[in-house]
Ligand binder design. Structure first.
Ligand code: HEC
Ligand code: HEC
Ligand code: HEC
Ligand code: HEC
Length: 484
């Protein structure tokens, strides 16, 4: 099939980020900050329809020196703009559309001929995630961006905190603090303190929705694969705030991991449902099944005689069938086991059913849409339990299971192993934090060893040199260091 090094440079760089720089930063700098004054928990609600009509005012309206353009250290109150503009890639999200890579992606995607110039900076598809997403400015009229220059903001303050039309002149007044999160939300401000709402926010662009998606067509055209893991992405985003209240507690890494797993699975299932619906629509040209739903490296790998795939993985599914959902759903059943509730028990079963359906060459879109919907319903019913903190015993039980059990199918492919690694790191951090212990150098060295196994070899844009059995051996070494 494909030579591994045919995969795009961007994709390789993306994964290199995920596995190297990002996770390094995560391990070394991802420790929770000391607890600050208590902050009440905030319930999330979905009023996006209401938000849709509000105007964004642009980053410049937040960036006066008296407000968010201070010159303090990263995270210092008042220096949010400075952090965003100098350290945060979100501030470059629009500018990146002028890069040669963006032009190549759009040229490939739209199959433009040499005479046609690609304009990603005006393309609604790209602007939806790379610029302020707002009907007047973006979806309806990219030309408005050209006129107003507002797209220059990239993913700006209001992309995350909500359009400021109705709260900008109010949110610094003394009585603003008295308002509940729901009242603030009604004015357009999103509840970013609430971890669930925060994860949903990131998922809108980093996993995608029916309106904004990075599918296999776009990936094949050169766009990086979106494989989002909330706790790692959150730790990697140069934060312009200090966590407060329950977010400042030692279990934060584990809580953001667990919340992220559930929210991401839900968002990915919503996207699958939408994709299945559009597969039934004769007017859409969209591919079905959507390859971005599957394990990339099941198709894009080098063929060898004696493969791990033939030796172990095929035991569980028909040889040659499509392995679906290896990224977003692998560890979810494990969390459900730790947080039992009537609906939790159904999650693993319906995911298994979905996996069987999606493994077919042409999965029935009606059945897939229904099952994806039903699985979301189970997740919703489980939500109250699912989003509650793990507790030290559960957290350590998960950590021990993830680092001890080598026979599970989880560790059979690169996606599963990477998810496992991304789980072990925050669980370990939280476990040490809750015990009041500092990070252990030996464990960090072991984790660095695991991480290096997930990196792609020189000249490869896929894990052609990745051997799950070697990863398992490395896990064995970690086993001695994990809490018993
Ligand atoms: C569903 C949202 C979404 C859509 C639609 C989308 N992107 Fe992206 N794009 C992202 C995200 C998220 C990243 C960052 C990926 C990461 O690093 O995890 C990204 C990364 C990129 C990068 C690499 C950025 C860098 O720093 O090198 C380029 C280039 C890019 N996108 C171009 C495009 C173009 C061109 C289009 C339209 C054809 C487009 N994107 C459509 C979400 C999207
Ligand atoms: C990619 C998403 C994102 C972008 C872009 C973003 N923020 Fe934030 N911001 C957050 C998150 C998440 C938090 C942490 C939760 C919280 O405190 O609300 C936060 C926290 C804050 C806080 C602290 C709130 C508090 O009560 O402690 C301020 C102030 C803030 N952001 C201002 C800005 C400004 C100004 C910009 C633009 C220059 C900006 N943010 C851009 C996501 C974002
Ligand atoms: C409006 C869409 C949008 C939202 C919401 C959003 N992002 Fe992003 N994010 C992007 C895009 C687009 C990029 C790529 C920017 C670039 O490289 O030019 C990106 C890049 C990133 C990167 C850098 C990735 C890399 O390759 O270095 C991190 C980390 C990140 N986002 C974390 C988050 C987190 C955490 C949240 C939620 C609090 C979030 N993002 C919310 C669109 C978004
Ligand atoms: C079911 C099989 C299958 C799956 C799963 C799959 N692809 Fe592909 N992919 C293909 C085929 C077939 C092509 C077209 C090959 C060609 O034209 O040479 C392709 C093309 C590509 C290309 C462009 C060709 C190249 O060599 O640069 C990229 C990049 C790519 N896929 C990345 C991915 C990523 C990333 C994933 C996972 C999100 C993925 N693919 C999942 C079958 C698959």
């Amino acid at each position: 099939m494909l030579q591994p090094n045919n995969l795009t440079e961007r994709f390789r760089r993306f994964l290199a980020f995920l596995v190297v720089s990002g996770l390094c930063a995560f391990i070394w700098h991802g420790w929770p900050r000391s607890p600050l004054a208590g902050q009440p928990g905030v319930a999330s609600s979905n009023n996006s329809a209401q938000l849709a009509n509000l105007q964004c005012l642009g980053v410049s309206s937040c960036a006066s020196t008296a407000c968010h353009y201070g010159s303090g250290a990263q995270g210092a109150k008042g220096s949010e703009y400075t952090t965003w503009a100098t350290l945060d890639k979100h501030s470059r999200a629009y500018n990146v559309l002028f890069d040669e890579l963006s032009r190549t992606i759009l040229r490939n995607y739209k199959r433009l001929n040499a005479a046609e110039a690609p304009h990603p900076e005006r393309e609604a598809l790209c602007l939806r995630c790379h610029a302020p997403d707002q009907p007047g400015q973006v979806l309806g009229g990219p030309s408005l961006i050209a006129q107003t220059g507002s797209g220059l903001d990239g993913v700006g303050c209001e992309s995350c905190h909500g359009p400021a039309e109705r709260w900008r002149t109010a949110h610094y007044l003394p009585d603003w603090r008295e308002k509940s999160a729901t009242e603030k939300e009604a004015l357009g401000m999103r509840p970013t303190k609430d971890l669930v709402a925060r994860a949903k926010l990131c998922a809108e662009c980093h996993i995608g929705t029916a309106q904004r998606e990075v599918n296999h067509d776009l990936i094949a055209a050169g766009h990086p694969r979106l494989n989002f893991e909330f706790s790692a992405y959150l730790a990697n985003m140069p934060s312009h705030w200090c966590e407060q209240g329950e977010n400042a507690r030692a279990d934060f890494p584990a809580r953001s991991w667990a919340v992220g797993q559930v929210v991401s699975a839900h968002a990915a299932l919503e996207l699958l449902e939408a994709r299945a619906h559009s597969a039934r629509d004769a007017n859409t040209q969209k591919a079905w099944p959507e390859f971005a739903e599957y394990d990339c490296f099941a198709c894009h790998h080098d063929l060898r005689d004696d493969t791990e795939r033939q030796n172990s993985v095929f035991g569980k599914r028909a040889p040659g069938s499509y392995p679906w959902g290896t990224w977003y759903y692998t560890l979810l059943p494990e969390i459900a086991r730790e947080k039992p509730a009537p609906a939790a028990a159904k999650i693993a079963d319906s995911l298994k059913e979905l996996q069987a359906l999606m493994a077919r060459p042409y999965p029935d879109p009606v059945a897939v849409a229904n099952l994806a919907r039903a699985t979301q319903d189970h997740l919703d019913q489980w939500a109250k339990t699912a989003y509650a903190p793990l507790g030290r015993a559960s957290l350590e039980s998960l950590l021990s299971r993830f680092s001890h059990d080598r026979s599970r199918s989880t560790v059979a492919d690169w996606d599963g192993c990477t998810q496992l690694y991304l789980a072990i790191v925050p669980l370990y951090q939280a476990s040490q934090g809750l015990r009041g212990l500092p990070e252990n150098r030996d464990v960090l060295a072991e984790l660095a060893g695991l991480r290096s196994l997930l990196q792609f070899g020189a000249g490869f844009n896929s894990p052609g040199n990745f051997h799950p059995q070697v990863f398992r051996k490395e896990l064995d070494r970690l086993q001695k260091l994990a809490p018993q």
